[in-house]
Design a protein around this ligand. Structure first.
Ligand code: GAR
Length: 200
């Protein structure tokens, strides 16, 4: 049972539309949480820009800044500890999170994936690669999955899923847009579910 607002860090690499949808949900719904940190492997991207504009601390961190992977992972954990982060939300973060960071947040790290896991997940399955694979497989539906993060790509326990149809004539881009819209409803719902689980 937490007695303070749940302190969230979001990890992003791109436009950050999921980050923005979570930010808005926290502002609009009675969610007892706040976003304190935006961490990215890219110094400039939509997500980092949005964080800066909204007074959220940003951290640009990549493996290249360190002499070893272990130091990189330890620095990431330290940033999260310094900001007293309770939960981490991966929102379009296109890198594998180091095991040491995952281990520091057991059952407290979520990822959103743009397909109905366990299908179309795993290494190399991200962004448009996922939507192309769904269309090539002739699927009649797709959707999005929010799952807990463990040491394996897209293999953690599923928290919530939402489906969308695949329509005749869909391109990877049109399917991606439909799935992304569904993600914007799903991630705030999944966050709400996690917060409820943590407080029960
Ligand atoms: C989203 O579709 C998200 O599911 C996907 O990247 C997009 C990020 O968009 N994530 C992955 O493919 C991770 N495996 P956003 O930056 O606008 O939130």
């Amino acid at each position: 049972m937490t007695t303070h607002k749940t302190r969230i860090a979001v990890f992003c690499s791109g436009g950050g539309s999921n980050f923005k949808s979570i930010y808005r949900a926290i502002a609009e719904k009675p969610l007892d949480a706040e976003i304190l940190l935006c961490l990215s492997n890219r110094s400039q991207c939509g997500a980092m820009e949005f964080a800066s504009q909204n007074g959220i601390a940003t951290v640009h961190i990549t493996e290249k800044q360190f002499s070893s992977f272990e130091e990189f992972a330890a620095a990431m954990v330290q940033y999260l500890k310094d900001a007293q982060i309770d939960i981490v939300l991966l929102a379009g973060y296109m890198r594998k999170v180091p095991d040491a960071v995952v281990a520091a947040f057991p059952d407290k790290m979520l990822n959103i994936h743009p397909a109905l896991l366990p299908k179309f997940g795993g290494e190399g399955m991200y962004g448009m690669f996922v939507h192309r694979a769904v269309l090539e497989a002739g699927e009649k539906e797709s959707g999005a999955t929010v799952h807990f993060v463990n040491e394996e790509y897209d293999k953690g326990k599923i928290l919530l899923q939402k489906r969308v149809p695949v329509l005749p004539g869909d391109t990877p881009e049109s399917l991606a847009a439909r799935v992304l819209e569904c993600e914007h409803a799903l991630y705030p719902d999944a966050l709400e579910k996690l917060l409820t689980m943590q407080n029960s």
